[in-house]
Write a protein that binds this ligand. Structure first.
Ligand code: C5P
Length: 232
């Protein structure tokens, strides 16, 4: 899989999500379905979007005991998603269980990536609440290394971390990066933002873009601009 733009379909329900996607007539963007839409509509929304020909990143960030995650991943694999994720903090046995659960009888499976540290976790929270004394950046790279050793395909990270992850885990280890804004756009609640062009220069494999596309006056044009800046 080459570089691509993934649209974060952060809508509260089926109607909003599907009418948003109907605007795309000449292309079938890769779509991220997160907890809000999945919990509101259940697995059916995944089937419906898949049936329309979109590739799907199911962003449910699993984190539980290995056996539970293995079973849950088996269910997600049956939904025929292309990419799904979990928390690297669940540790290696959980990640290995997840891979086992995802693998279909014919040996195929969706790609599996790990969240290292949430971008909402800052150095103070890491130290004072989670009691992790190492620098945040080191824990990100260490969790990425654990994910690699467990056999996962990549991580979700900031574009600013993509280079370090590739250096630590290899060029083929995927970096899927949110926090993308156009140079002339609104930042919203994202703090450390990167343009699609910069993300490309930093080596991101996939950018995840929500509001710069979903809240644009012309979402199709905004999507095409992302593709132009990041892929072409
Ligand atoms: O609208 P925006 O472009 O900020 O959307 C980014 C998407 O990526 C959202 O679905 C958000 O939950 C997700 N995300 C993120 N930062 C992370 C992990 C996921 O923004 N570290």
């Amino acid at each position: 899989m080459g570089k691509d733009v993934i649209i974060a379909c952060d809508f509260s329900g089926r109607r909003e999500a599907l009418s948003f996607l109907e605007q795309f007539r000449d292309e079938k963007p890769f779509v991220k379905i997160g907890m809000e839409l999945f919990y509101a509509e259940g697995p059916e929304i995944v089937r419906q979007i898949k049936a329309r020909g979109h590739r799907i990143f199911l962003d449910l960030k699993l984190h539980d005991i290995p056996n539970t995650v293995k079973k849950a991943m088996g269910v997600l694999s049956g939904l025929d998603v292309d990419l799904c994720n979990l928390h690297a903090a669940g540790a290696r046995a959980m990640m290995e269980g997840a891979l086992e659960g995802l693998t279909r009888p014919d040996g195929t499976r969706p790609l599996l990536i790990a969240v290292t540290q949430l971008t909402s976790t800052g150095p103070e929270v890491l130290r004072d609440e989670l009691w992790i004394d190492r620098p945040l950046e080191e824990t990100v790279l260490h969790y990425a290394r654990n994910a690699r050793q467990a056999g996962l395909d990549g991580v979700v990270c900031s574009p600013l971390e993509a280079e370090g992850v590739h250096r630590t885990c290899g060029a083929g280890f995927l970096t899927v990066t949110p926090g993308i804004r156009f140079a002339d756009g609104e930042k919203g609640d994202q703090v450390r933002v990167t343009t699609p062009e910069k993300a490309k220069a930093l080596g991101s494999d996939y950018i995840v873009v929500g509001r710069p596309i979903t809240a644009a006056a012309d979402p199709v044009a905004a999507y095409r601009r992302c593709v132009r800046e990041f892929v072409d």
